[in-house]
Design a protein around this ligand. Structure first.
Ligand SMILES: *[C@@H]1O[C@H](CO)[C@@H](O)[C@H](O)[C@H]1NC(C)=O
Ligand SMILES: *[C@@H]1O[C@H](CO)[C@@H](O)[C@H](O)[C@H]1NC(C)=O
Length: 476
């Protein structure tokens, strides 16, 4: 979603040129590419290691899935996508192997898949193994027999980010038309343990990295008409947006979320079951009481909590502003559980110059189907004094145009966040106006707490937070 603010302006530009400008400084002794950039992807996968007789691990292969990130070029998300990718990949259940991810993705027509990376017997000498990037079976190059490259290492250099991340690598083509040069950069994790017991079985270690190339020789005409050069369509952007939100692996689990039809449908029992989501309602901290009405919607929010400094030198909460994204399609996946971690990580990574109001206003001009609506405070509509939180779905998404698609609520109970004092309270609220919910809950909060003290008279501050919001008993 954050990518969205800048992505929109990119739709008509040449993403590969932008991506090429974002090519990172290379560690010694890697030499920069001498051909134009042809594709750039972020990969998640595993590195394979066997234990040698000297009790150290030796790399014996890898398997990874590559996702096109050229449409992110020029945005801050392009820089940090490997962090998002590794966070998502690390959060995946250990039982979900990369080969399973690949095979599940294979059954979908996801527009951001570039292809796969794995090792093959050296096709020239017939001995030893070499890395291959294979785009022949998916994406825009599907069916083109030459859309692969087998390469050999030219140089490797230590990851600038430290010893836990595998080397950056420069490789040269030995076969195939997909690239003359390939680079692995921006590596995250992938290193084996420091020692092992000889004879112990092969291990696989999760990693993420960017891969990019020089020179795609399948035909410049193709390039021009491909998403890799000139098209960042809404669907690419939305899928990338969701990727940014780290639904990467939920691709496998929740295909509807990322299918075009799925994107067009919200809060639909046919596509994304709310009953699944309601089974995922977390245990409530004392003294919150469980809801008594059926679940109507569930969203993850990013936004800010507003605080003013009181005369006693402590901050008082005086409002909030947040954007809510429908997560009902994630229900039943591990992503549903961790989406607030991903959201806060992305939101924290956003430039400080990007306030919540700007995120909201930029998103407002779009028809992003995962938007539920906004959360903010209004003067109490019954008493006319004080302010109360409101959830407003009237202007976007499935409820746009329905005047009653809002709820103003009052706090019934709040309880300490089970995750600790850095996270704002979980809250149970009751309807005082509107048809969007009889009850609202804020759960799974992340951050949002103000500093512990302040100087009386200092200006209002805003603090970033993320949370899940749940609405029960809607009649709209
Ligand atoms: C690496 O491990 C994966 C399983 O994660 C396996 O599919 C692949 O064949 C292995 N490759 C090599 C070269 O060992
Ligand atoms: C909270 O701060 C935001 C700016 O981030 C502002 O738009 C909003 O009006 C503020 N709300 C209240 C109730 O203070």
């Amino acid at each position: 979603m954050f990518a969205f603010t800048t992505l929109l302006s990119l739709a008509a530009t040449a993403p590969l040129l932008k991506a090429a400008q974002a090519f990172p400084n290379l560690p010694t002794p890697l030499v920069p590419p001498s051909f134009p950039l042809s594709w750039v992807g972020v990969a998640i996968g595993t590195q394979n290691y066997t234990c040698s007789s000297t009790s150290t691990y030796t790399n014996v292969g890898a398997l990874a899935e590559l996702f096109d990130i050229s449409c992110l070029a020029g945005t801050f998300l392009f820089e940090s996508i490997q962090d998002t990718a590794i966070a998502a990949w690390e959060a995946a259940p250990p039982s979900l192997s990369i080969s399973e991810v690949i095979s599940q993705l294979h059954a979908t027509s996801n527009p951001i898949i570039l292809g796969q990376h794995y090792y093959v017997t050296n096709p020239i000498t017939g001995t030893g193994i070499n890395p291959k990037w294979d785009f022949t079976s998916q994406g825009i190059d599907a069916g083109k027999p030459d859309a692969f490259v087998v390469a050999a290492k030219v140089n490797d250099g230590l990851a600038p980010t430290g010893s836990k991340d595998i080397d950056w690598v420069q490789l040269g083509n030995i076969q195939g038309s997909l690239a003359k040069q390939v680079y692995r950069t921006d590596t995250r994790l992938g290193q084996p343990p420091a020692s092992c017991a000889p004879g112990s079985p092969e291990i696989v270690v999760k990693y993420a990295a960017k891969y990019c190339t020089g020179f795609w020789s399948l035909g410049l005409r193709d390039l021009k008409s491909s998403k890799r050069s000139s098209q960042c369509t809404d669907i690419h952007i939305i899928v990338l947006l969701m990727f940014a939100f780290s639904t990467l692996l939920s691709l496998a689990a929740t295909v509807p979320l990322l299918s075009v039809s799925g994107l067009a449908v919200k809060r639909s029992p046919d596509v994304c079951s709310l009953s699944k989501a309601s089974q995922s309602l977390p245990n409530m901290p004392t003294p919150l009481v469980a809801p008594s009405s059926p679940l109507s919607w569930v969203g993850v929010a990013i936004g800010t909590q507003n605080y003013t400094c009181g005369s006693t030198g402590t901050y008082t909460n005086v409002g909030a502003l947040a954007e809510l994204f429908d997560i009902s399609c994630l229900a039943g996946t591990f992503f549903f559980e961790s989406i607030q971690d991903i959201a806060i990580a992305a939101w924290e990574a956003a430039p400080p110059s990007l306030p919540a109001s700007e995120v909201i206003s930029k998103l407002h001009g779009t028809s992003t189907p995962v938007i539920l609506g906004q959360h903010y405070y209004v003067t109490n509509p019954i008493t006319g004094t004080g302010i109360n939180p409101k959830w407003d779905f009237t202007s976007q998404g499935a409820d746009a145009g329905k005047p009653d698609a809002f709820v103003v609520a009052a706090k019934v109970n709040d309880g300490l966040a089970p995750t600790g004092s850095k996270d704002i309270d979980w809250v149970q609220l009751g309807n005082i106006q509107g048809s969007l919910a009889k009850q609202v809950y804020r759960t799974d909060t992340r951050l949002g707490q103000p500093p512990s003290s302040c100087t009386p008279g200092s200006p209002e501050i805003v603090v970033k937070y993320a949370a899940k919001y749940w609405g029960f008993g809607a009649s709209v």
